[in-house]
Ligand binder design. Structure first.
Ligand code: ADE
Length: 230
């Protein structure tokens, strides 16, 4: 069983529509749709926005659905210099940029007393996602890079450049690293897949509203393509 999580309704609705033999179970206020997607056993769920929702959702997938891998799909703000709206970032790894225990000598992003704070995505899933993206989205660029997550919508050039300089982030969003941490703790392979809806700068809010739908088309195509090739 593959777990697929999107934070928002518009990030999961097309996947839920495409499912066959659907069954719904509600837990912690989240609707988990299990069935088959492109012939694979899958469970698709809308977690809600932010790291806490995502961590909870991932734990439920581990405990109740015994998932063998988790995929986080959705949109993100672009950080990497050449990245364009509509392009895709596949997570190399994911980190929480809003963790700050620097007063105790930790680096920003470092979670005190954990073995790692940069959670590495599954290498086979990265390869599969890259190959699939080139086939199903030939007109856009697809990057493998770091996903930086925090409970903040980034819409400021200074903050954007801080995330690039401090973390080498390729895209900023609000959930991926929380799923990554929960997956790491449960020893479940994961990948974060994000299409760029805005450039995390002063124009981000307007751009997000305008381009979100088009970005989601690319990421839905990628998720379905991956399941088709598994
Ligand atoms: N999701 C989409 N764009 C984002 C941004 N700029 N910051 C955080 N999350 C996002």
């Amino acid at each position: 069983m593959i777990g697929i999580i999107g934070a928002m309704e518009e990030e999961v609705s097309q996947l839920i529509e495409a499912m066959e033999n659907k069954e719904k179970v509600t837990c912690a206020g989240m609707d988990f749709y299990s069935g088959t997607l492109k012939g694979k056993d899958a469970v698709v769920v809308q977690s809600g926005i932010g790291k806490v929702n995502m961590a909870l959702c991932t734990q439920i997938l581990a405990d109740k659905f015994d998932v063998e891998a988790v995929i986080n799909t959705g949109v993100a703000g672009g950080l990497y210099k050449d990245i364009e709206i509509g392009d895709i970032v596949i997570s190399k790894d994911a980190v929480q940029h809003d963790v700050d225990a620097t007063v105790f000598g930790y680096k920003v992003g470092e979670i005190p007393r954990m073995d790692t704070s940069y959670f590495e995505a599954d290498k086979d899933l990265i390869e599969l996602a890259k190959k699939t993206c080139e086939e199903v989205n030939p007109d856009i660029n697809c990057y493998v890079g770091r996903v930086v997550s925090g409970d903040q919508f980034i819409s400021d050039n200074d903050k954007k450049h801080y995330l690039i300089n401090e973390f080498d982030g390729y895209c900023a969003e609000m959930e991926g690293a929380a799923m990554a941490q929960a997956a790491h703790l449960n020893q479940i392979p994961f990948i974060v897949l994000r299409a760029i809806s805005d450039k995390a700068d002063q124009e981000a809010a307007g751009s997000y509203e305008e381009f979100e739908k088009a970005a989601i088309k690319h990421i839905v195509r990628l998720v379905l393509g991956i399941l088709d090739r598994m």
